[in-house]
Design a protein around this ligand. Structure first.
Ligand code: PMT
Length: 410
């Protein structure tokens, strides 16, 4: 291992009552190995899975469990004040709900409420609980409040079922902590234009042509760029997502509107990332009244192509770096290469949208980056936010190389 990345950092590791408690032991070892000073606070249920003694020995601090313990009656207030970050791993469904609702009925929940430092929750839950609308609503509430949620992994669960609910790996939790503690500001001063979501092309007042894009990929790019210091404008088709903090959101509905919104901002931008799933065709005319099925008008719908926004932006650009996506269902790399060339892009992010956990609607994506020099980088399945960072890294590299070349070309 190189330089310990958490040297001098004070963390509180909160542990909820889940079978995944045993994994918190190795997480604690990783955090210590990275140089962090870690204090552990457990819920009473967590102590039924692993004893406080284990964490006491490894953390070299007394473990806090009891809100009314005489030896450190103020731990629920002081620990959070003294920490750089509080991470709860594993975080149970119950603990997440309490945190979202602001309940403080034991030491750890009270500590979370009182802590002024950043909070990271790493949920672990079985039996489809993660997908329950109540849990998803709590996760959304917490994210809006600035809490970082490390999405659980997919895989075999303690019950013997398979699904999303496994505690994230130590590596992913560590990456999230490092991201929260020291956000990179490597895109400071860069202006980034991002598109996201689907477009909707009206057939009549009640029907439209569209696709399954949720906007998650594009919003993740906007969020990542903003967190890394960029100024970001996000042009989004209809989605149910909220704008990432600090990002200017421009809402559009049709391909035509998206085209205009992006074109007028092109000159302002230095980097364009086109993650939107633009409808490829639209009805020639939107009917002013609801079309009657019986009249057969729907079967005779006449379509025309929508503008190819990306090609148009890359024709109009001056010095901007232009990144596109390719949503493929077969021959991923050959098809993406053709789009990279035909649309005049610097970088294309290719995803096979038929694969599990990839493309439309999922929290994760698995992409292949192909740049204008033909370099191919295959990335593993990872959260869309992590994909966003990797594509921004690649785009930044291309922009820096172009800037180095420019003086010689003059
Ligand atoms: O939104 P999510 O649910 O998170 O899903 C993410 C995603 C699957 C939408 C995303 O990862 C993705 O692949 N986005 C591109 C979808 C797409 O339209 O791909 P395409 O291969 O059809 O188009 C290639 C490129 O041209 C894309 O950058 C697209 O934005 C652009 N395009 C396409 C058609 C058009 N008329 N104008 C365009 O600019």
């Amino acid at each position: 291992m190189g330089v310990p990345r958490l040297q001098g950092r004070r963390l509180v590791l909160g542990i909820g009552g889940s079978i995944a408690c045993y994994k918190a032991v190795s997480l604690l070892r990783v955090l210590k190995a990275e140089g962090a000073d870690v204090r552990v606070a457990m819920t009473a249920s967590a102590t039924k899975f692993v004893t406080p003694l284990t964490f006491e020995v490894l953390s070299q601090h007394r473990v806090a469990v009891d809100l009314f313990a005489r030896h450190d009656a103020m731990a629920h207030l002081t620990w959070g004040e003294e920490a750089d970050l509080l991470v709860v791993a594993p975080c149970t469904a119950n603990f997440m709900a309490k945190t979202a609702l602001g309940l403080g009925d034991d030491l750890l929940s009270t500590m979370v409420l009182a802590a002024p430092c950043p909070l990271v929750l790493s949920p672990a839950m079985d039996g489809g609980m993660w997908d329950h609308p109540a849990i998803q609503a709590h996760a959304e509430t917490l994210r809006r409040r600035g809490v970082t949620i490390v999405e659980p992994d997919i895989g075999p669960l303690a019950s013997g079922r398979t699904g999303r609910g496994r505690l994230a790996t130590e590596e992913r939790i560590l990456e999230a902590l490092l991201g929260v503690l020291a956000p990179r500001q490597d895109l400071l001063g860069i202006r980034v234009l991002v598109s996201a979501g689907p477009t909707q092309e009206a057939i009549d007042p009640v029907r439209f042509l569209s696709n399954h894009s949720s906007g998650k990929m594009g919003y993740a790019v906007a969020e990542a760029a903003r967190q890394r210091g960029a100024e970001v404008v996000l042009v989004s088709g209809p989605t149910s997502l909220e704008s990432p903090p600090g990002v200017e959101l421009v809402r559009v509905t049709t391909a035509e509107e998206m085209h205009k919104a992006l074109t007028v901002r092109l000159a302002w931008s230095q980097l364009v990332v086109m993650a939107a799933a633009v409808a490829d065709s639209r009805p020639k005319r939107a009917a002013p009244h609801k079309l009657k099925k019986a009249a057969g008008a729907l079967a005779r719908l006449e379509l025309e192509p929508t503008p190819d926004i990306l090609s148009s932006l890359s024709r109009l650009r001056t010095t901007q770096c232009v990144v596109g996506f390719a949503a493929e269902t077969e021959s991923l790399v050959p098809h993406a290469r053709v789009k990279l060339r035909d649309k005049g892009l610097d970088l294309i992010v290719a995803n096979n949208v038929l694969a599990e956990g990839v493309g439309f609607g999922s929290e994760t994506n698995k992409v292949t980056l192909i740049d204008r020099h033909g370099r191919i980088t295959d990335l593993p399945l990872m959260p869309k936010r992590a994909v966003a960072d990797r594509l921004l890294d690649a785009a930044k590299g291309l922009m820096q190389a172009a800037a180095r070349r420019q003086p010689r070309e003059k």
